[in-house]
Design a protein around this ligand. Structure first.
Ligand SMILES: [Zn+2]
Ligand SMILES: [Zn+2]
Length: 213
């Protein structure tokens, strides 16, 4: 048995929503359903999966914008992010307006996440690490078995997340990357919130923001 996933870019920001599932039970979760719910559900159906939960890395509109509607329509629990992002959840209506997104339905997380927590889907378990810096309540999801990390806007192939938003902090972001991501191993492949996958080893060698750390 193993963890499977498929990344589906959504919204004008081409945010990488990841559909993750247990290949034994076919239970699935959507990480960061920022929008385009019809497209996401078509993929769930095409793969014959049982959608059980929404997991959020952080509450920026391109990551969380579709959450309220999806949770309401399908009765899904919203797991995450960390409580540090409450103010971003409260601000989703303004974020929608500012970036020209469809109005985001409000929601309240069913369960907040903290560093060291675990999330489960089917027979798969992923570790939760709190990685503030891009937003105060940003979390990432790590499958040690699959050697995959879903890191939202903490780290990108060749870049790092912006830290110039309210509550952002560049030093804290770099600390999150070096202290919370690198221990997952150089051979761990990460799925960033935008753009192509890479591995932590490649970024430690070549990413100008964190090279040699
Ligand atoms: Zn973001
Ligand atoms: Zn983003």
């Amino acid at each position: 048995m193993s963890l499977r996933y498929q990344t589906i870019p959504v919204t004008a920001f081409q945010q990488n929503c990841s559909l993750v599932w247990c290949d034994e039970t076919l239970d699935a979760a959507l990480i960061d359903p920022g929008g385009e719910i019809t497209k996401l559900l078509a993929e769930v159906q095409r793969l014959g999966l049982h959608l059980k939960a929404i997991w959020l890395t952080h509450a920026h509109i391109d990551h969380a914008g579709g959450t309220g509607q999806l949770a309401r329509e399908l009765g899904l629990p919203v797991i995450g992010p960390h409580p540090g992002d409450q103010f971003w959840i409260d601000g989703l209506p303004q974020q929608s307006q500012m970036f020209g997104f469809p109005p985001a339905e409000p929601f309240a997380p069913t369960q907040w996440l903290h560093d060291g927590d675990h999330v489960r889907i089917g027979k798969q378990e992923l570790q939760v690490r709190h990685c503030p810096g891009h937003t105060p309540g940003h979390v990432v999801f790590f499958s040690a078995a699959a050697k995959r990390a879903f890191v939202g806007d903490v780290l990108f192939a060749g870049g790092v997340g912006r830290s110039d938003f309210p509550g952002g902090n560049h030093n804290e972001l770099i600390h999150s990357i070096t202290q919370r991501l690198w221990p997952m191993g150089d051979d761990t492949v990460f799925i960033p919130g935008h753009g192509p996958e890479s591995s932590f080893g490649v970024e430690r060698r070549s990413n100008p923001y964190v090279r040699g750390t």
